[in-house]
Design a protein. Structure first.
Length: 335
């Protein structure tokens, strides 16, 4: 009988400096628990020790399916693309590719993202423009501001521009095909490797049309929420806690919490944790419920990320929050 304690596992982040700024990996398979009886264990260790108590029906022999980060782009990131699951399995012999999403935390007035092409193009034109240095002429630049959410399916050409801090949720893969790196040198004094041909294999060559997600505000389980993303790989919400305790059901999947403003107290039958802004914790699926309270102010906001319990989970949750079916359908159609 598995008697391992089930409580909010607060995570030590992985810090990853970069030539353009840096990342803090908040929830990653190799991050270690910093609190309670299982302190020192990695998420990978928890998968082995807890199995379905951590992950529900998700395969415990595979890497934790979600990676969350804070990205601080003081300079522009490279222009890049990520493969889908099929390409990752066939070519890279990895279990999955990388679909991701962004929630903008800070953006300077002139900040922008690169999201796709200004018009339809082709592999031949892409390769020619990479070779002659004119690729920038057909990159689509999208102005951004704080509190916007963006969804990037695998195959989307993209780059984060300078002056942006964002919260990223992605499939747990670091497969990145770099196309153009602004003629920079890496920390070793050499240009970073490019992956022009693999990128060509996976790019979507249609004109970019997507922008910020049309999100939905609603109330569920006595908490004010904003549904940001509801794709096949992850659900991302922004939630407001108050000084009045509220209970969140795990619905058979692990939940990843990270406060943005104010500290949040999490409590399960097996233990508790207090998270300061930008600290993350995983509540295991087997905990069944987690009580959430703003711990140092009247309110606190936090991101709540999870694998979807099933494809209809978000629709049912929005419906329970008295959102009209037409709005639900329009929201989900974005993914």
């Amino acid at each position: 009988m598995n008697l391992e304690p089930l409580y909010p596992y607060a995570m030590d982040p992985k810090e990853a400096p970069a030539i353009w700024g840096g990342e803090s990996w908040k929830c990653w398979d190799a991050n270690r628990v910093r609190n309670g009886a299982l302190a020192g264990a990695t998420i990978a260790d928890l998968r082995a020790r807890l199995g379905p108590k951590l992950l529900g029906s998700i395969d415990a022999t595979r890497i934790f399916p979600i990676l969350t980060k804070i990205i601080d782009a003081r300079d522009s990131l490279s222009v890049q693309v990520h493969p889908d699951d099929a390409y990752a399995q066939r070519v890279e012999h990895q279990p999955n590719g990388k679909t991701e999403c962004w929630y903008i935390l800070e953006a300077k007035p002139d900040a922008h993202l690169i999201l796709g092409w200004t018009r339809d193009t082709t592999r031949a034109e892409y390769e020619k423009r990479v070779a002659d240095g004119t690729l920038g002429d057909i990159l689509r630049r999208v102005p951004v501001k704080a509190s916007e959410a963006y969804y990037l399916p695998a195959g989307t050409l993209h780059a984060i521009g300078a002056g942006i801090v964002l919260f990223e949720t992605q499939q747990a893969s670091d497969l990145t095909y770099r196309i153009f790196d602004w003629n920079r040198l890496g920390t070793d004094g050499k240009p970073r490797p490019l992956h022009v041909q693999k990128a060509a294999d996976v790019l979507n060559y249609h004109a970019g049309t997507t922008g910020a997600i049309a999100t939905i505000e609603y109330t569920f389980e006595s908490l004010r929420r904003t549904a940001l993303i509801a794709g096949p790989n992850f659900i991302v919400e922004l939630v407001t806690a108050t000084s009045e305790p509220a209970s969140i059901a795990t619905d058979g999947v692990p939940l990843v919490f990270m406060p943005l403003e104010g500290s949040v107290a999490l409590s399960c039958d097996g233990g508790d944790a207090i998270l300061a802004p930008y600290e993350a914790a995983i509540v295991p699926a087997g905990a069944e419920r987690c009580t959430v309270t703003a711990s140092d102010a009247s309110t606190a906001s936090f991101t709540l990320v999870s694998p979807p319990p099933d494809r209809n989970a978000m629709a049912a949750q929005l419906l329970a929050g008295n959102v009209e079916q037409g709005r639900i359908d329009a929201f989900l159609a974005q993914f």
